[in-house]
Structure formats: C-alpha cells, structure tokens
Design a protein around this ligand. Structure first.
Ligand code: XMP
Ligand code: MG
Length: 178
C-alpha cells in the first residue's frame, strides 16, 4: 500500500510485468520499422520512465524529443483541455514519428499530439502507450502499440503521478477501492 497526499493506492502491475511488456512493445516496433530512422516524441512528464525504458530496446537510429502537455491539472479526472507548454523546435517534415505516452485515457492528448505532428508534415505518426483505458477512449485513431489495457482506474507509479507524487515508484499502483 502507498499513501500519496490524501489518497491510498494498492499494488497493481509489478515491475517485472512492466519490463516484459516494454520489451515486447519494443520488439514489435523494431520489427515494424527495421532500420528506418525514428523520431520519438515523448509526452512529459508521465512518460519519462516508459520512454527511457522503451528506447534502450530499440535498434533503429533514434532521435528523442520531449514535449510538455498537460491535461489533468493535478486531479484524478481529465479536464478535457490540453495545453502545450513548449513548441517542438525540430523539423519533422518527412520524418517517421512515434508518440510515446505513459497512458491513454480519453485519447485527447494523443489526438492533439498526432494532429500537431501531422501539421509539421511528418511522413507518419504512430502511437505507443504503456497503459490504455479502452473504456474511456473517445479517439478515432488506432493506438498502434498499446501495452496494458486497463479499466478506468486511476493509476500511479512508473512515471505517473497523483499531484506530482508517485512518479518514482517502480511498480504501478491503483487507487484503493476504485
Ligand atoms: P487523455 O485523456 O488525454 O489523458 O488520454 C492522457 C493523460 O492524462 C493523464 N492520465 C493519468 N495520469 N493516472 C495518472 O497519473 C491515470 O490513471 C491517468 N489517466 C490519464 C496522463 O498524464 C496522460 O498522459
Ligand atoms: Mg499527471
């Protein structure tokens, strides 16, 4: 059990299973892209741990970009509004791009990033997400590389936070009694 601020979280996905899932996702990405140059766009802050674990298993020439998007604003419910804190400076025209997300909930963030990157005239934009909440998903885009499909529970750990705490936990926890 883990206490973060006023909420209690219980163990949910163990570090061993996360590592197995991440290397499995990387194997699929390696198989699909081969030696094609890939631009990873990691959505901070939550995806920092997933991205760093994922990329160490990738074999193609890999560029890394970090972008800061906020949609939760410190609660356990999405607000539906997305803010981009800093523009991506890189020229992605004609490049193959992979969005790396910690979790896809409603899909608003991934949809927003996809559109943003397509406007930069990327040759292709695909989406990898460690966690996916299919019952909350309202997007129309396919999630190309989904890790764990989970119910609509609020989760923390492995990059994910509750009011900025819990990001350093190596396992994933879910809100108790949710
Ligand atoms: P959307 O709804 O845009 O949400 O797909 C994606 C972003 O919302 C955050 N998010 C969560 N953060 N536990 C968290 O700590 C959760 O269960 C959760 N669900 C969504 C996250 O920042 C993600 O990038
Ligand atoms: Mg958050």
């Amino acid at each position: 059990m883990v206490q973060l601020h006023d909420l209690t979280f219980e163990p949910y996905i163990h570090d061993t299973d996360i590592r197995e899932k991440v290397s499995g996702l990387a194997a699929r990405i390696n198989a699909d892209y081969g030696n094609t140059e890939l631009h990873i766009v990691s959505a901070l802050t939550g995806s920092f741990m997933f991205t760093s674990d994922l990329v160490r298993h990738l074999h193609m020439p890999c560029y890394l970009h970090f972008i800061k998007v906020s949609s939760y604003h410190g609660s356990t419910q999405s607000t539906g509004s997305i803010t981009l804190d800093a523009e991506l400076k890189a020229d992605l025209a004609g490049k193959h791009v992979l969005i790396s997300e910690d979790i896809i909930d409603t899909g608003l963030t991934a949809g927003f990033l996809h559109e943003y990157l397509m406007k930069k005239q990327a040759a292709s934009v695909k989406i990898a997400a460690l966690l996916f909440k299919p019952n909350a998903y309202k997007g129309s885009l396919p999630v190309d590389y989904p890790g764990f499909s989970i119910p609509n529970d609020f989760v923390v750990g492995y990059g994910l936070d509750y009011k900025e705490l819990g990001r350093n936990l190596k396992d994933i926890y879910k809100l108790k009694d949710s």
